[in-house]
Design a protein around this ligand. Structure first.
Ligand code: SF4
Ligand code: SF4
Ligand code: SF4
Length: 312
């Protein structure tokens, strides 16, 4: 058992035994060592269901939001998950006093969809572990190092907040990571439009990207409002374009870059590239990054006299 697992279980036991929280939301082992599954632990004697590994990819803020109003919960949160929780607090979807954040310093999580292209047979995988900022896997022939760039969730390669900016308990040290340079897009507008038109044409509108995102919580998504007709159910270029651009604008200043939308996309669309571009525009315009301060005003829900644009 790694030390993060041990510390998560110890903290979960303390929280449940003391009655401070009614449930601890964390990760348990999934169907292979490269996959984790969200688990809800309600009794101190069940804390051994919790674990920590480089497979813990899901952003559990999603479930914190769903538990809102049901008493205080604890959640295991990586840097990006904690930023999502901060965003939900800012947007008054959850109350700070209703969540105990068990923050875990994170050196990146694996995207199982990237294993096969990297030459790793997930079916034979016996173990996967993080070590000194690197990764190692055992497929039956002993442990071998893995190329982080080849197997990590793509968002992790660009991550600059692996340590949760918000936590009540912090496990682990800041990992020695250098965020990679962002993917470049064509500067020429027509070329960029063509790039995205091609990407969006692959979308099958399964909405997995929406369902997995903690910040996509509208009670009725514009895509489901058929009578208004913002976007039809038809899978076609203009409809897909409408879905993706509207979603990107809804998430501007709110997306924390967890990369879950991209990880679950069955069509391999680089959604993160779009979301990161929006985030960098918001940062450049307003000096604001999503989810860094739960007490900050949400950037696009506030107005300042010195903001650019029409004031009257
Ligand atoms: S984006 Fe950062 S905090 Fe989130 S899983 Fe990747 S490395 Fe960890
Ligand atoms: S997950 Fe991928 S295919 Fe599904 S709606 Fe989102 S972008 Fe389209
Ligand atoms: S849009 Fe994607 S990257 Fe951003 S918070 Fe939602 S799931 Fe995470």
């Amino acid at each position: 058992m790694n030390s993060q697992t041990e510390q998560i279980r110890t903290e979960a036991r303390r929280l449940l035994e003391s009655g401070e929280v009614s449930v601890v939301i964390g990760y348990g082992p999934g169907s292979t060592p490269a996959r984790a599954t969200p688990v809800f632990v309600r009794r101190a004697e069940d804390v051994d269901r919790l674990f920590w590994s480089p497979a813990c990819a899901q952003n559990l803020a999603l479930y914190v939001r769903e538990q809102a109003g049901r008493g205080k919960v604890a959640v295991v949160a990586k840097g990006c998950d904690a930023r999502s929780i901060a965003t939900l607090i800012q947007e008054k979807q959850i109350r700070r006093e209703d969540v105990h954040i068990i923050g875990v310093s994170c050196s990146g999580v694996v995207d199982p969809g990237r294993l096969a292209p990297a030459g790793l047979d997930e079916g034979t995988l016996k173990s996967l572990a993080a070590e000194n900022g690197g990764l190692k896997a055992d497929c039956g022939d002993g442990e071998v190092p893995l190329e982080r760039e080849a197997v990590l969730k793509r968002a992790c390669l660009f991550c600059d907040t692996p340590v949760p900016p918000l936590s009540d308990t912090l496990i682990g040290e800041a990992p020695p990571l250098q965020p990679a340079a962002d993917q470049t897009l064509p500067e020429d507008l027509d070329a960029r439009r063509e790039f995205w038109a091609e990407q969006f044409s692959k979308c099958v509108r399964c909405y997995a990207c929406r369902q997995v995102c903690p910040a996509c919580y509208c009670k009725e998504c514009f895509t489901d409002r058929l009578p208004v007709g913002w976007v039809s159910k038809r899978i076609a270029g203009p409809e897909n374009w409408m879905y993706h651009t509207t979603r990107a604008f809804h998430l501007a200043g709110r997306c924390v870059g967890c990369g879950e939308c991209e990880r679950v996309c069955p069509a391999g669309i680089p959604i993160q590239t779009l979301m990161r571009r929006m985030a960098s525009e918001v940062d450049a315009l307003f000096g604001y990054r999503a989810g860094m301060d739960p007490d900050a005003e949400p950037v696009l829900a506030t107005y300042r006299d010195d903001d650019d644009g029409p004031a009257e």
